[in-house]
Ligand binder design. Sequence first.
Ligand code: AP5
Length: 206
Amino acid sequence: MLGPPGAGKGTQAVRLAEHFGVPHISTGDILRRHVSGSTPLGLKAQEFMNAGKLVPDALVIEMVKARLAEPDCRGGFILDGFPRNLAQAEVLAGITSIDHVVYMFLEPEELIKRSEGRRVCPKCAAVYHLLSNAPKAAGVCDKCGTALIQRKDDMREVVEERVREFEKRTSPLVEHYRGQQLLREVYASGIIDEIFHRLLRIVKTP
Ligand code: AP5
């Protein structure tokens, strides 16, 4: 799943993973778990994440290689937020083949609104939005009952930096994967269910 911050990659990746019965592997979620557990990786990654910058490749690549080597990935997986640049894409190509690169795109102002209104569960990583995807009880995760929080990198200035970082470092992957005929482009505006059905049609088409 490729796309700027707030496009809805994580929201759709969770649904696709459930639908196909494969793991959802989000590098952002894995990194956030390291940060909240204050692991050596988390301590190194957090300053980059809080500033809206990409975490250095050396840290992320080893983490992804280890995750993809786990037995639950043998039957496939949905990778969300990796690769983020050409160096990561080359490493991925050396580890596994991929069937589709789903590129979700949206207007910059909508990206900011989605990120600013996002609330997440610090325990199970479920994602909500104050207006468009609210939990049943305000401020509480539907799935595990934990109090929801706002991500530190969802403040407007940091979101803007993340959008710039996407444009500069990640967007070259669009042409890279288009050249390999793997790119599936999806306009990410509309209600969540509608986009999910759009995605299903795309990834089911050979
Ligand atoms: P990461 O967690 O991957 O963040 P991101 O790519 O910036 O994406 P987001 O999680 O912000 O957005 P999303 O597209 O998943 O949207 P969501 O579904 O939540 O990465 C965070 C940081 O980790 C990076 O900045 C970097 O530092 C580091 N990192 C991660 N991977 C890395 C890598 N490979 N290399 C280096 N560093 C890495 O939706 C957004 C909101 O909109 C939610 O509130 C949701 O409820 C709502 N929403 C979703 N769909 C809709 C809809 N259709 N209509 C209305 N609202 C919607």
